[in-house]
Design a protein around this ligand. Structure first.
Ligand SMILES: *Cc1c(COP(=O)(O)O)cnc(C)c1O
Length: 465
């Protein structure tokens, strides 16, 4: 399988190169030349596979030519064998027609582990083979950072630098990152918003000299290998709810559009998905887009679901590329003017087509808290604010298609909101308590590309000395 850039002006790459390079040289994102197809017969045969065995079937065509089958199988068995629930991603029924897919059974108790635990092992495998070292850089609004750090910590083939917006992640999220003691882990608190952090990371990647010098690699949700790992649980959930005989709708609490784009990929591969619903908080750029076809940036406002406090959803570019029938030049020029003007709009026909599949629902903080409370009162289940945004959106949908709503984080990661809504403090799993008890280690830097670049260089020089 070969991969091409959404801006149409970068070399075709193999899976390994795409995984290790993150963004394309032309500023675009890599997507596969085509989506492998699974027929109804294929789906039926996959229905009873374990999570890692299913992951193997789904990933195999995408990594073809890069990783031998036996090695891929070992990587996936190691990754998902280390999860803290035998089903890896268990389903829970919340209401007659609403189900939760529990995606918090990984190391850092959020869905990002499902992709990043795989990515860490994948990188280590590819780098050890070619005796290389990389510098992983990422921006986080909360959960990505800790999951990436947990995936990379202690691996001699890499150093990892994670930028978080100072004071804008929850204390639990910050501590999960900053209490990791491995010497190859470097935390940076940036005086700015998550979008500022993301812009710095983008600027570093746009510096071709720096990319070559430090072997910079992204682990943000734009990394194709991450998207791919996330495709797996759409299949896993739908097959358990009766696919291919029965279609399923998914509700996805959305920020960077990575998780929901993985659902789009699953549907392109033949999984019968009726609707993909992007649930947003007050930062509702996607909700406004799916209604009007116009993407318009507004300032980011803090909410109870900080991992979704995002205005520019980087993975949206991959969907736009499909909307424009894979015209890279057009995708690139629209996104460039979006950067300068702060807005763009797609045509009416294009919007109508997207609305066949996508919907978006905005849920404010008050509705988030009532969703936590209602879920607890009616089903006895404690959910975190991100999950609650999804459930509030799910309750607004009509029809009799089963709805699979994602439980993106463990409630113990956001104890304050859960307590405010229910009066109950969620029990803290042992692996989280251990992280909370450690000493914090991080630097605070100005919102400046050059300050961050200098810091990274000097840390790496110290490590090499
Ligand atoms: C990252 C995250 C999101 C948003 O996911 P995207 O892939 O960025 O859309 C939602 N909820 C939680 C708990 C997260 O960690």
């Amino acid at each position: 399988m070969k991969y091409l850039s959404t801006r149409g002006n970068a070399p075709l790459l193999s899976f390994s190169d795409v995984a290790l390079s993150g963004t394309a040289r032309d500023g675009g994102l890599y997507v596969p030349e085509s989506f492998p197809q699974f027929s109804r017969v294929d789906l039926k045969a996959m229905a009873r596979l374990s999570y890692p065995a299913l992951a193997f079937e789904i990933l195999k065509p995408y990594v073809a030519g890069s990783i031998p089958d036996a090695d891929l199988k070992t990587l996936l068995d190691d990754t998902y064998g280390a999860f803290h629930h035998p089903a890896v991603a268990p389903l829970q029924q919340i209401d007659t027609n609403i189900f939760l897919l529990e995606l918090f059974h990984g190391e850092t108790l959020a869905f990002k582990d499902y992709a990043l635990q795989f990515l860490g092992r994948l990188f280590d495998y590819l780098l050890a083979k070619s005796r290389r070292h990389i510098t992983v850089i990422g921006a986080t609004s909360g959960d990505t950072g800790s999951a990436a750090i947990a995936a990379c910590a202690g691996k001699s083939t890499m150093d990892i630098f994670v930028l978080h917006p100072q004071g804008r992640t929850s204390a639990v999220q910050r501590r999960q990152m900053t209490t990791v003691t491995a010497a190859n882990v470097h935390n940076i608190a940036v005086e700015g918003s998550f979008d500022d952090c993301q812009d710095i990371v983008k600027a570093l990647f746009a510096d071709a000299k720096l990319v070559d010098e430090l072997h910079l690699t992204a682990v943000n949700s734009i990394n194709w290998a991450r998207i791919l790992a996330q495709v797996v649980y759409y299949f896993y959930a739908a097959l358990r709810l009766g696919a291919p005989e029965r279609a399923v709708s998914f509700v996805i609490p959305t920020g960077n559009f990575g998780n929901i784009y993985a659902g789009y990929v699953a549907r392109q591969m033949g999984l019968p998905i009726q609707r993909l619903v992007a649930a947003t908080n007050r930062n509702d750029i996607l909700a406004r887009f799916f209604e009007s076809g116009a993407m318009e940036i507004r300032p980011v406002e803090p909410s109870l679901s900080p991992s979704m406090d995002i205005q520019i959803s980087s993975n949206f570019e991959r969907l736009l590329f499909e909307v424009y029938k894979r015209d890279g030049a057009r995708t690139g020029s629209v996104l460039k003017s979006f950067r300068t003007d702060g807005s763009f709009a797609i045509g009416k026909a294009e919007l109508t087509e997207l609305q066949q599949l996508f919907r978006s629902v905005r849920v404010d903080d008050a509705a988030t808290l009532s969703s936590i409370r209602d879920t607890y009162q009616h089903s006895g289940v404690l959910v975190d604010p991100h999950t609650a945004v999804g459930l509030a959106a799910a309750r607004q949908l009509e029809g009799d298609t089963p709805i699979m709503s994602f439980a993106c984080a463990h409630p113990a990661k956001f104890p304050d909101s859960v307590r405010d809504a229910t009066g109950v403090t969620p029990p803290v799993p042992a692996r989280l308590q251990a992280a909370l008890d450690g000493t914090e280690r991080f630097v605070v830097l100005e919102n400046s590309v050059s300050k961050v670049r200098n810091h990274i260089r000097s840390q790496l020089q110290q490590a090499a000395a």
